[in-house]
Design a binder for this molecule. Structure first.
Ligand code: C5P
Length: 225
């Protein structure tokens, strides 16, 4: 492989409830993080995986990941996702020119999606995101709870991870990003650089709310993930 995958896993996961950081929540006896890292490690394009762990749990996270067959580094994450990504990016060695930024919370992301994103970067796109069409009708709502507008759904896409970048594009985006961004591609857009979309995967859902854990369990039971 020729790509590094950064896995920010340092969030508290307040919306999911429970008292362990979200990435360490278990799904079928394995943490979300281990699920995510195993699937990334199975992608042919991946040479290195860098995990950003909660700072007080770095050695525990190293221990959790000992069974995974991959070249793997665990660093302490930061106060925000952006900060955690920056810390992981800082340890990617020279010579790796394709960097993917993933999310431990997208634990069931298939290796095929990781490879599809890396391939699109290899094919010449400086920034690549996996996307799905939006199935719900989306409305803009004002502070009184009244509908201000219905947005044209055909123009909208839901964005997943891994997001893929030429290394220098991601480095520049992080160096020049002002404020907080929830998404690395958003920082690239701010630089005025193009971001290319590839088809995402239903299996790459973000496990955020309690219902998402139930869906993820069902996907594993059905052996589709
Ligand atoms: O909170 P949210 O679901 O947006 O977090 C997305 C990802 O970023 C999660 O995998 C989480 O662990 C990670 N994160 C992080 N460092 C933080 C906050 C979130 O690595 N300080």
């Amino acid at each position: 492989g020729d790509a590094a995958v950064l896995v920010p896993a340092a969030g508290a996961g307040v919306r999911l409830g429970g008292d362990v950081p979200k990435a360490l929540r278990e799904l079928r006896g394995e943490s979300l993080l281990v699920h995510a890292v195993k699937r990334a490690a199975a992608a042919a394009s991946v040479r290195l995986i860098v995990v950003a762990a909660p700072p007080h749990l770095v050695s525990e996270v190293r221990e959790l990941l000992t069974g995974v067959d991959a070249d793997l580094v665990v660093v302490a994450g930061g106060a925000s996702r952006q900060d955690s990504v920056a810390r992981a990016l800082a340890v990617v060695p020279e010579g790796i020119d394709i960097v993917l930024v993933h999310d431990a919370a997208r634990a069931l992301t298939p290796p095929e999606l990781v490879d599809a994103v890396a391939s699109a970067v290899r094919a010449g796109h400086g920034a690549v995101i996996p996307v799905l069409p939006v199935v719900d009708t989306i409305k803009r709502v004002d502070s009184n709870g009244d509908v201000a507008a219905t947005v044209d759904r055909s123009e909208l896409r839901a964005v997943q991870t891994p997001q893929g970048f030429r290394r220098e594009v991601l480095v520049k985006a992080h160096a020049e990003a002002g404020g907080e961004h929830t998404d690395d591609a958003g920082m690239v857009e701010r630089l005025g650089l193009p971001v290319h979309c590839v088809p995402g995967s239903e299996l790459a859902l973000k496990i955020t709310r309690p219902v998402d854990l139930i869906i993820a369990e069902a996907l594993l039971t059905a052996e589709v993930a």
